[in-house]
Design a protein around this ligand. Structure first.
Ligand code: ADP
Ligand code: MG
Length: 394
């Protein structure tokens, strides 16, 4: 099945309904980080250059199914207008399908951009109600989805609406899907995966799916201690998911059977508290004393991981190596970031916190692909089909 893209549809004189991801941080009525708005511009400009009018829609924050002033799209409209250099029509309404909203959309002139009110002001958005999809679809002739971060949700504005209009993926969505699919279908070997973060349970599906494709899986973050405890190690008061011990043992067994190497951090940077400037000690990760916890991969593990990554041709990194929010425990994450950034192979980084870490390190432009959708990239890497994407396939 092929994903339909902007090349597959004609936009001349068409009204185009575009699902974007404008779920951006807002403080005192101003957008404080416009990365996501900026990222949508290539798709919007392409559509406008073909002579279309745009009706844009996005969710913002977590309103409880009705209008809430702090989640209105006004600040987003203003920021988009600045960035694209054109008026962005917006009116505060009770929701994207309300009577006032419908009247406002009807008055949209040719070549204009209209931003609808927050899709989550309508409780039918998250229940994927066909009546909401039908009203949204009535605003336009064609549908474009460019919101990768929401593509794993079957909502009225992501999945339902595609049943009422011819649809295609925008540039952002297309790039995410083609890059991540390439990683899963045809990775150049050696393919090495670095997985970290807080919980095994969040990433178990990804590890399972990648066991078949990866040559090596390097584990960091808190999830390492569940693996160590499962093998009888002493992990002090490190974060462990006790109900996932069997699953962890089972994964190690299966990796062995498939000849996929799973690397665990031999040592850990430990402390008794998670605070800035706290006393730290390095212990073997399977021999951490009572009262201490592993908060970062240790110096020996960093060295091992750096050596392992040297010959990699394809690298996927998801999840920080330690509690990188606190300065003594960001070393492992920063070192891995530097190493990955300077590799010759094809590098992909995904996951909310990992992407934040790579941005903070100033190395983002040295990564081949930074995946923006946390949940959506995880589900894709688990081998699942995303409902918002399936809806755009032939
Ligand atoms: P991502 O968003 O990149 O997918 P996760 O959300 O899975 O990553 O995990 C990130 C969180 O994991 C961070 O808040 C970090 O502090 C935490 N974390 C990483 N290592 C440890 C550890 N050893 N102990 C406790 N928390 C950890
Ligand atoms: Mg996270």
């Amino acid at each position: 099945m092929a994903l339909k893209t902007l090349n597959d549809l004609n936009f001349k004189d068409k009204r185009v309904l575009v699902r974007v991801d404008y779920n951006v941080p807002i403080k005192e009525g101003k957008v404080t980080d416009d990365t996501r708005i900026e990222a949508s511009l290539p798709t919007l400009k392409k559509l406008l250059s073909e002579g279309s009018s745009l009706i844009l829609m996005s969710h913002l924050g977590r309103p409880k199914g009705g209008p809430e002033d702090k989640y209105r799209m006004g600040p987003v409209a203003q920021k988009l207008s600045e960035l694209i250099g054109q008026e962005v029509r917006y009116e505060a309404t009770n929701g994207p399908a309300s009577k006032e909203q419908q009247a406002f959309v009807e008055k949209a002139p040719k070549g204009s951009i209209t931003l609808l009110e927050n899709t989550r002001f309508d409780s039918r958005e998250e229940t994927n109600d066909p009546e909401l999809s039908r009203i949204l679809a009535s605003y336009a002739d064609v549908y474009v989805n460019d919101a990768f971060g929401a593509a794993h949700r079957a909502h009225a504005s992501t999945e339902g609406v595609a049943k009422f209009l011819p649809g295609a993926a925008g540039y952002l969505l297309e790039k995410e899907i083609s890059t991540l699919s390439k990683l899963l279908n045809n990775p150049e070997s050696p393919f090495k995966v670095i997985i970290g973060g807080a919980k095994v349970s969040d990433k178990i599906g990804v590890i399972e799916n990648l066991l078949d494709m990866a040559d090596e899986i390097l584990i960091g973050g808190a999830m390492a201690y569940t693996f160590f405890k499962a093998q009888g190690g002493k992990v002090g008061k490190s974060l462990v998911e006790d109900d996932k011990l069997d699953l962890a043992s089972d994964l190690l067994e299966r990796a062995k059977a498939k000849n996929t190497k799973i690397l665990l951090p031999s040592d850990s940077m430990c402390a008794q508290e998670i605070t800035e400037g706290v006393e730290t000690k390095v212990y073997p990760s399977d021999d951490i004393p009572e009262g201490w916890m592993g908060l970062d991969i240790g110096p020996e593990a960093i060295k091992t991981y750096q050596d392992s990554l040297k010959d990699a041709k394809t690298i996927l990194w998801n999840g920080p190596m330690g509690v990188f929010e606190f300065s003594p425990f960001n070393t492992g994450t920063n070192e891995v970031a530097k190493t990955v950034a300077h590799l010759d192979g094809f590098t992909v980084v995904g996951g909310g916190d990992s992407v934040a870490a790579i941005n903070k390190s100033g190395l983002a432009d040295k990564i081949d692909h930074i995946s923006t959708g946390g949940g959506a990239s995880l589900e894709l890497l688990e081998g699942k089909t995303l409902p918002g994407v399936a809806a755009l396939e032939d």
